[in-house]
Design a protein around this ligand. Structure first.
Ligand code: MP5
Length: 206
């Protein structure tokens, strides 16, 4: 049977739970997160999103035309998001030029490396990365101020719809794909889950 986004989630429950549940998020929800840890995440995530933007651009190089609109919408949202990160950093007096931590570098290198993979693999990774944040920021429930704004950015219903559309596009690509692409898509999903877990933890290693 062809690989699918739904099957990837049900086949790797523990890994996905670890990717989408973390003390960092619980502490944002109850307001107990140390500002230094939140700020570490914010600056590193800005760097992450820069290379994630390149991943989406790379998807356009490989995608069938019917998938272009979702990718255009994704890129437009990234334009707004990168400006939003700059605003949030300025509000908090943060220097966005701060060096990337090793975990962030590893995640960014993984994303840039996807450009050499087939579209089914790229579409699966793109979906998994967005799905991870969509789920993770919703799981703890309403978040204390000022973190509600962050939870809403990735947990809002419009973003959930975008994630569903990405799953449909990945499923369509995987449905037609050979065994090698399906295996590589599964490996990419597993790697995303591991890197997401590491990324939350990185906030505590400032
Ligand atoms: C996302 C993110 C979601 N910002 N950071 C990590 C570590 N994983 C996923 O990507 P986007 O572009 O912010 O929706």
């Amino acid at each position: 049977m062809a690989e699918s986004c739904a099957a990837l989630l049900t086949d790797h429950p523990a890994l996905w739970k670890a990717a989408t549940e973390h003390a960092f998020l619980d502490q944002c929800a109850d307001g107990s997160i140390a500002p230094q840890q939140f700020n570490t995440w914010l600056v590193q995530d800005y760097h992450f999103v820069l290379d994630f933007t390149r991943l989406v651009a790379g998807c356009l190089m490989a995608a069938p035309p019917q998938d272009f609109n979702a990718l255009f919408d994704g890129l437009a949202a990234l334009k707004a998001e990168l400006n939003w990160f700059r605003d949030k950093a300025a509000e908090r007096g943060l220097e966005l030029g701060t060096a990337r931590q090793a975990t962030c570098v590893t995640y960014c290198e993984f994303m840039l490396g996807l450009a050499s993979q087939t579209y089914g693999v790229q579409a699966t990774a793109l979906w998994a990365i967005e799905r991870a944040y969509n789920e993770a920021w919703q799981k703890p429930g309403a978040m204390a101020s000022p973190y509600g704004e962050f939870a809403d950015r990735w947990g809002n219903p419009g973003f959930s719809d975008y994630v569903l559309l990405l799953a449909q596009q990945a499923d369509a690509a995987l449905d037609k794909a050979d065994g090698a692409t399906q295996a590589a898509a599964q490996a990419a999903f597993v790697r995303v889950a591991e890197l997401e877990q590491d990324f939350w933890q990185m906030a505590y290693a400032a």
